[in-house]
Design a protein around this ligand. Structure first.
Ligand SMILES: *[C@@H]1O[C@H](CO)[C@@H](O)[C@H](O)[C@H]1NC(C)=O
Ligand SMILES: *[C@@H]1O[C@H](CO)[C@@H](O)[C@H](O)[C@H]1NC(C)=O
Length: 163
């Protein structure tokens, strides 16, 4: 009975006090002033920036239960506040290229990413299976696997055959 009461109580608490996102740093400390934090996703509705738990920080008012997909207009800062599903112990704190979900990439999927740092796993996380392979110079993503590995292994095979 006590356990049941505790469960009911925590369910109730979750309903009444919605889960605020993690604190992030916006460009200004007036979190609700437009332009200081990036636009919130338009889907799901009801999202807003508010003051974070620490002074000067901002947080999303109420994180959707799962931000891995189904969003419209997600930004990196939104994903840092309401992270998606961790994958291979990489936290999902960046928005994918389509801005529809928070993904476990090693750095931003956006144009501010350091040049030539794309890996296969980041391409898959950021751009999905249609562009899941890093180009051989790591400058971006491609639909097919980088050919130098194939070339290399076929050369080895050729050598073995010739011996
Ligand atoms: C969130 O949704 C994705 C699919 O979109 C799923 O793979 C993942 O397990 C879900 N995470 C949680 C915590 O439910
Ligand atoms: C991801 O795909 C989009 C088009 O869907 C493209 O504009 C963008 O450059 C791709 N990103 C990378 C890193 O290749």
């Amino acid at each position: 009975m006590v356990i049941l009461k505790l469960i009911l109580f925590s369910v109730l608490v979750n309903f009444v006090f919605t889960i605020q996102g993690a604190d992030v740093t916006c460009s200004g400390t007036a979190c609700t002033t437009s332009g200081n934090c990036p636009q919130v996703p338009t889907t799901p509705s009801g999202l807003a920036w508010q003051n974070g738990a620490s002074t000067g920080k901002c947080a999303i008012n109420n994180c959707p239960t799962n931000t891995s997909s189904g969003l419209v207009g997600a930004s990196d800062l939104f994903c840092l506040s309401c992270q998606g599903t961790t994958s291979s112990s990489v936290k999902a704190v960046y928005s994918n290229t389509q801005m529809t979900g928070c993904v476990a990439a090693s750095a931003t999927c956006g144009s501010s990413r350091t040049k030539n740092t794309w890996s296969d796993s980041d391409c898959l996380a950021c751009n999905g299976s249609s562009l899941q392979y890093a180009k051989s110079d790591q400058s971006g993503c491609a639909a097919t696997q980088k050919s130098n590995i194939l070339l290399f292994s076929s050369l080895i095979l050729l050598c073995l055959l010739l011996i």
